[in-house]
Design a protein around this ligand. Sequence first.
Ligand code: SAM
Ligand code: SF4
Length: 328
Amino acid sequence: MSVLTDRFGREHHDLRISLTDRCSLRCTYCMPADGVPWLARSTMLSTEEIIRVARVGVEHGITGIRLTGGEPLLRVDVVDVVSRLTALDEAPEVSLTTNALRLPALAAPLRDAGLARVNISLDTLDRARFQQLTRRDRLVETIAGIAAAEAAGLSPIKINAVAMRGVNDDEVVALTRFAVERGYQMRFIEQMPLDGGHTWDRVQMVTQAEILERLSAEFTLTEVASRGPAPAELWYVDGGPATVGIIASVTAPFCGSCDRLRLTADGQLRACLFSEAEVDTRQILREGGTDDDLADAYRRCLAGKKAGHGIGEPGFHQPDRPMSAIGG
Ligand code: SAM
Ligand code: SF4
C-alpha cells in the first residue's frame, strides 16, 4: 500500500469529510448572520460517492475519518454514512465534530453504527451569550446533546471552544471546570481567519499564552508529553487524569506534523484549511473515473500542499470558503 505522502515527507492518515455546508447555528466566527449561499444539492456528493472517495483514501493509508461540516448531523443519512465507513475493509476510526443539537436523537444510533467519539462545540455556559455568539437561543439543547453523547457511551467527549476577546475569554476557567467535573476534555481554539464575514483581526485574537495565564491562575497545569500529529497541546489539570487542551493554530502552528486532508461536501479535496487550490473528485466520480484516478486526485492534492498555512505572512489570503463550507 502506498501511503499518501507530500513533498515534505508528511504522511497523511486523517481525512476530514464535510457532510454538508448547512448549519443550525450561525456562530459569528464561522458564518455571517444570513448564512452563506448554500451548495446546490446536485453538486453535493451522494453517500455512495463519499464512501468511494473515503475507501480509496483508506486503501492508501487513511486510518482516521472525522465527519464535519457545516453541521454533519443535518445530513439525513449520517448514520448510514457512519455504518458504511466503519464497514470498510481496514475500517478507519470514525469520529464526528458537531454542535450537539441533534445528539439526543442520534447519539445512540451513531454509536450502534460504529462511531467512536465526538467533539462538541460549546463556547459559553451563559444563555444570553450563547444566543449572541451563535445567533440562536439553543444552549439548553446543546447541553442536552452533550449529556446524550455521554449516556450513549461516546467517550472520550471533547468540548471545543473558540476563545474570543470580550465575548467568552472570561469563561476559560468555568468551561474547564464544567468539562473536568463531567470527565470531558476541554479544548480551546485560537480563532482563525475563516469567518464568512472576513472580520478576523489578529490583534483581537485571544492567544494560547493568554488562555494559559487565565487557566494557571486557577489550576496547576502540567504539560502532557508527545502529542504526535494532534493539533491540541495538552496539560494535566491539577495533577490529572483530566486534561485541558489548546489548539494554537495561529501562535504555535503545528503544520510540520500535519497528517490531515479534507473533502468538502461538493467533492473538493483540500490539503489544508487555508488551501487556495482544490482537486475535484466529483468530476472524476461522475465521468466514470477509476479508483486509480481517485488515488491520483489525492496525490495531486498533496503535491500542492504547502509547508505551512502562512497566516500573518505577506501574501496570505483568507480562503474564499468559510469554515462551514470547508469542514473544520
Ligand atoms: N458544526 C460543527 C461544530 O460546530 O462543531 C462542525 C463544524 S465546525 C466548522 C468545526 C469546528 O470549527 C468547531 O469546533 C468550531 O468551533 C471551529 N471553528 C469554526 N470557525 C472557526 C474559526 N474561525 N477559527 C477557529 N475555529 C473555528
Ligand atoms: Fe455551525 Fe459549527 Fe460553524 Fe457554528 S461552528 S456556525 S455550529 S458549522
